[in-house]
Design a protein around this ligand. Sequence first.
Ligand code: OXD
Ligand code: MN
Length: 588
Amino acid sequence: MTKNKKVLEYVESVEKLCNPDNVVWIDGSEELYNKLTEEALATGELIKLNDELLPGCYLHRTAVNDVARVEGRTFICSREQVNAGPTNNWWNPSEAYEKLNSILKDAYKGRTMYVIPFSMGPVGSPLAKIGIEITDSIYVVLNMKIMTRVGQNVLDALGDSNDFVRGTHAKCNIDENDRYICHFPEDNTIISVNSGYGGNVLLGKKCFALRIASFQGRNEGWMAEHMLILGIEKPDGKIYYMGAAFPSACGKTNLAMLIPPEGYKKAGYKVWCVGDDIAWIKPGKDGRLYAINPENGFFGVAPGTSMKSNPNALQATKKNTIFTNVVLNKENNTVWWEGMDKNPPENAVDWKGNDWNGKTSDVKGAQPNSRFTAPAVNCPCISSEFESTTGVPMSAFIFGGRRAKTTPLVYQARDWNHGVFVGSIMSSETTAAATGATGVLRRDPMAMLPFCGYHMGDYFGHWIEMGSKIPSDKQPKFFNVNWFRQDENGNFVWPGFGDNMRVLDWMVKRIEGTVDAKETAIGYVPYAKDINLDGCDCSLETLESILEVDNAAWAKEAEGIKEFYTKFGDKLPKELAKECDALIKRTK
Ligand code: OXD
Ligand code: MN
């Protein structure tokens, strides 16, 4: 399939080490995918679902010990420890290679080795990058087909270039004690062993598109961010594109596919989804920042996805989708998960493969981190710019988190550096369901804590530097949102979901310069009257209560930020230290 010497060398080296029975190159043809699907059905790796209700859809179950990303076993193997920084696990690369090679030795014996050439981003786009993933898992091949662009055309686009990421994955025995997800940023290399769970084995996603790409972006003058990308189309046809970063469990996929309230729909507003998880962002010729979604599908959390919370995502899963660790409804051979509807199946199989009755069982049927892998083209609100090779021009960056108090519904940063500060202090309170302890604050700068492939202090510095290259009139505006303010009784105050459109609408007006805002210690906060509440289940007074900025609370918050910042030592950009001091001063 290719004469590229570096690709051939890499494939041969893995073949020699892992010793497979066969080698199959994934050329992107339907014939080959069909053949592999048949094989996976025969072994039980995949279960075919109802072809009328869910055409082209399959169910897969992972091992019970292998259901999520494993941050504790994820390593940045930079040559110098300092370059991994205080927020990553570091492993000396020579030691890591030695250990991984011992695990990989003969790991494919009796198995087939698949070589997947894939592009992150539209093939041939100047913003796209190429990878070769080698794996012994058909599940990985079929998921990579959905999540990335795969096939001969990728190798053609690569030509004889050495600029590709080498990803090796081996299932081995799914032994959690020998599970490693390792990144060698200086070698463009990823090695993942002893897992079969998507986030650990679909190497294009977190491993390449965030950890390796963030490192590449710093060296090459662009940014790889954990951001959804959406476009807001106004009735006059003008579209504003925004990138938004949230820690998990803050409704990122829901925001990416938001359905505007009736009044907005009637007036002609539309929201388009360009991506739900990752953005690659680069300055264009005109000086503005342009973004692509490097992925080709959605690897979404299934539980909680419903016709109410996210009809677009649900619709996207109706064909050519792979479900992982959800409930199998035996009555009609379809799938179900908690939060899909109030009608769990009685004659069903749970994610572990045991018989399950949703009406009587007291255990969950779907694994809480069960997933759908759905092609982006299936999404009813996918943007017409999804395949754009130049990307979409960014008008705003939105940061956010889950905070019961302190952080108002929305505020705008003063300028770029203040915006970077706002992103760097992102934080979320854990929910009781997730941890057993409610209200524990976790700082997660730009939602990149588990995904930054180098020292996070340098990452902040890179953000500052990117801003210095963009003329201020071309810079996106920065906003922070908090959909999760609670009243004294612990009830959420803001209705959220589609009503978040009202906040996005205010941002558009700020971008256009058609609405004033109140200057506060933390930035610009809306006047309540400027947020459109027509048809909204929230009164003006209630809205006012979640727009308040409590200086005493922010003075305390600033102490926490200062403390958090000490982690980064002298790598903390002085611009951010200055922003923190300025916040402290303004709260007095
Ligand atoms: C994801 C994550 O799966 O951020 O997207 O964990
Ligand atoms: Mn994510």
